[in-house]
Design a protein around this ligand. Structure first.
Ligand code: NAP
Length: 267
């Protein structure tokens, strides 16, 4: 199967390297289309496949085409590709906010998969949700799921609208986690620790907690009640969070991200 990745930026490169590292494909079967000559030259040096600068030189031989350009670049891209596409080709788009109907209507493609990855995909710890048109066969869908799984976990969603909710949870989620880490680091600095000491305390607390959580069958609630003994320090912090409605704030923040994803999707 020949794979063409369009856009050799952060995500395009992440996919190319993940596919090769997991041996799911070979560099002989990988093509990358990158419009920036500087980036194309850098990509060519990485020896991860054949690098092209023009769609017409590579699109026809591709079985799977991955759109990894910024959403604002898709209009021009679709216009360039339209004369060359074949209805048997599978198109996988990771462009935020670009609906499947846009791809089918503007390009005339039938087999379209829309996926929403997140940043940890860069280290194989990503979370990617995806949805497809009915024309994508079961075998093609499994094949694409296997490719996406080289960057982390995957989840098939029955409705495309769920992609907006995924954007609000796992897509934007890493920034919520960093926000919490940043707040705790600030608290540690306020208590007299140096920047590097504060970062060590916070980073290791997050790493350890996530690993512990992953290795156990306990829920967040169960873990919290184990840690927060009556009249203790953790309980004091949690009581302050509750009083200040921190949980509601986080939920409202995620809902604001969902509203924005829906709004951007309409443009
Ligand atoms: N980063 C994430 O964690 C994440 C998560 C979810 C979804 N996404 C989606 O992933 C997509 C790619 O993001 P990114 O961060 O990888 O972007 P990026 O680093 O800007 O990479 C996009 C690359 O595509 C090139 N390009 C633009 N139009 C092209 C065309 N017609 N043909 C060939 N190459 C073209 C750009 O070149 P120029 O620089 O010269 O324009 C750039 O090198 C976006 O749509 C984003 O919504 C990203």
């Amino acid at each position: 199967m020949k794979i063409l990745i369009i856009g050799g930026g952060n995500m395009g490169l992440t996919y190319a390297q993940s596919f090769l590292n997991s041996h799911i494909t070979t560099k002989e079967n990988m093509m990358i289309l990158e419009k920036s000559p500087e980036k194309a030259a850098q990509l060519a040096k990485k020896d991860i496949g054949t690098v092209y600068g023009e769609a017409k030189d590579c699109i026809k031989t591709a079985d799977l085409v991955i759109f990894a350009v910024k959403p604002q670049d898709c209009e021009k891209l679709f216009a360039d590709l339209k004369p060359y596409i074949d209805l048997q080709q599978v198109f996988l788009s990771i462009m935020a906010g670009v609906k499947i109907s846009t791809i089918t209507e503007v390009m005339g493609a039938k087999k379209v998969i829309r996926a929403m990855p997140n940043l940890p995909a860069q280290i194989g710890m990503g979370m990617t949700a995806f949805h497809s048109t009915d024309d994508v066969t079961r075998i093609e869908l499994v094949m694409v799921q296997n490719l996406l799984a080289t960057t982390g976990k995957t989840l098939y969603v029955e409705n495309e609208s769920s992609i907006d909710a995924v954007t609000a949870i796992s897509g934007s989620g890493p920034a919520y986690v960093w926000y919490f880490m940043q707040s705790m680091t600030q608290a540690a600095r306020d208590m007299g620790f140096t920047e590097s000491e504060a970062e060590l305390l916070v980073n290791q607390t997050f790493r350890g907690t996530i690993n512990l959580h992953t290795k156990s069958n306990l829920s967040c609630d169960e873990w919290i009640s184990r840690v927060a003994s009556k009249g203790g320090t953790t309980e004091a912090a949690l009581a302050s969070f509750e009083k200040n409605e921190l949980k509601e704030d986080i939920i409202n923040g995620a809902k604001a991200a969902l509203d924005r994803a829906i709004e951007l999707g309409k443009k």
